[in-house]
Ligand binder design. Structure first.
Ligand SMILES: C[S@@+](CC[C@H](N)C(=O)[O-])C[C@H]1O[C@@H](n2cnc3c(N)ncnc32)[C@H](O)[C@@H]1O
Length: 229
């Protein structure tokens, strides 16, 4: 088979993400472990912190925090299908990254907001800006926002070129082809705007206090401007 034939030819429904994601519990566990480790979350965040996971999916991150002894956990997820089998005692509610800050019940309430692998699903820069304003609205002064999102890395791009988009890559990744196709589409758009997002955050009062990258993800922590005394 030629390389051209081996390219991922998949018809993709852009709304298929969640169906696909439900089968990728192991991927969510991997990103959970990564953000905990790479941001030194356990050392930075006390066990009684009020934590909100926005776009929490099936609640993998919250479940892990619960196991680790965190007690004040909350999740928002727009797709009820993802959390209908929630075994976390109803801490996940329906909610959207574009609107959650408008609810009085959330405003100024949280010590920590976490968003993992969600920003790159938002449709455009305007939506990401809205999401950042919502995060600012729900954080307490001095509260922190942790995020993990994919980013472009030269080595990763080379590996994709050499492996994923070849016949061998097709064989290795054929089960994941829908996921990869969706990622390719959304990642392209996200990478275009990623720098603008970091530049926009301080204009709404979210200041970057930490940043790290590895082969696949970028980890950032922002802090809401603390109250002046
Ligand atoms: C790749 S999954 C990540 C799920 C979860 N954060 C995790 O790490 O397992 C992307 C999630 O983003 C959610 N999502 C997409 N658009 C969203 C929006 N506008 N507001 C909140 N969540 C959204 C999806 O429903 C899905 O749960």
């Amino acid at each position: 088979m030629t390389k051209a034939k081996a390219k991922l030819k998949v018809k993709v429904n852009p709304d298929a993400w969640n169906e696909v994601w439900m089968d990728y519990g192991s991927d969510a566990m991997r990103t959970t472990n990564l953000i905990l480790k790479r941001t030194a979350f356990l050392e930075r965040v006390p066990k009684d912190a009020k934590i909100l996971d926005v776009g929490c999916g099936t609640g993998v991150f919250l479940r892990e925090l619960k196991k680790l002894g965190y007690t004040d956990l909350h999740g928002l997820e727009p797709d009820p299908q993802l959390f209908e089998r929630d075994d976390l005692g109803g801490i996940i509610q329906e909610g959207d990254a574009l609107t959650f800050g408008a609810k009085k019940a959330h405003q100024g309430r949280y010590d920590v907001v976490v968003i993992t692998g969600v920003l790159h699903h938002l449709k455009d820069y305007g939506q990401v800006q809205r999401c950042l304003r919502n995060i600012h609205a729900v954080l307490k002064p001095g509260g922190t926002f942790y995020t993990l999102e994919p980013w472009k890395h030269l080595i990763r791009s080379i590996m994709q070129y050499l492996v994923r988009d070849t016949f061998v890559g097709y064989i290795i990744f054929r089960k994941d082809k829908i996921l990869l196709k969706l990622e390719e589409r959304e990642l392209g758009q996200w990478l275009e705007m990623e720098k603008d997002v970091t530049a926009y955050a301080p204009t709404v009062g979210l200041h970057q206090i930490y940043g790290k990258k590895d082969l696949r993800y970028r980890y950032l922590i922002f802090q809401k401007t603390p109250k002046r005394v």
